[in-house]
Design a protein around this ligand. Structure first.
Ligand SMILES: [Mg+2]
Length: 125
């Protein structure tokens, strides 16, 4: 199970990385949208946790690119205080869910697991 965590805040990436690694996920992190897209092409993660607000290429643009090229990758947006408009834009662009900071890790893990289970069911059916 490959998970890509994207956030411009290195501490958030490190924190989430150890949380998910302890739960046997294979985790890769990226600190910018540009780096995230490179990694997506290379490793094809099943799920991406994607921060919306990043300098340079923001999460909305990264989401758009991922969904255009790799529509089967599940993308969960991570937002601080964002407007409803921005969240709706992400959902319209194909985001599979969103979660707001401060993060509830339990909720987040359930959601990641659910997305991966969903993918397995698609493969089996
Ligand atoms: Mg950010």
């Amino acid at each position: 199970m490959k998970l890509l965590i994207v956030d411009d805040e290195v501490e958030i990436c490190d924190f989430l990385k150890s949380f998910f690694e302890e739960r046997d996920y294979e985790v890769v992190t990226a600190n910018s949208g540009e780096a995230a897209l490179e990694i997506v092409k290379k490793i094809r993660p099943q799920v991406v946790l994607l921060d919306i607000k990043m300098p340079g290429m923001n999460g909305v643009r990264v989401l758009e690119e991922i969904k255009q090229k790799f529509p089967r990758i599940k993308v969960i947006m991570v937002t601080a205080i964002e407007t409803r408009d921005k969240i709706e834009e992400c959902l319209r662009l194909g985001a599979d869910n969103y979660i707001t900071k401060p993060l509830s890790l339990e909720y987040l893990e359930n959601d990641v697991r659910e997305k991966i289970e969903g993918l397995k069911n698609t493969l089996l059916s």
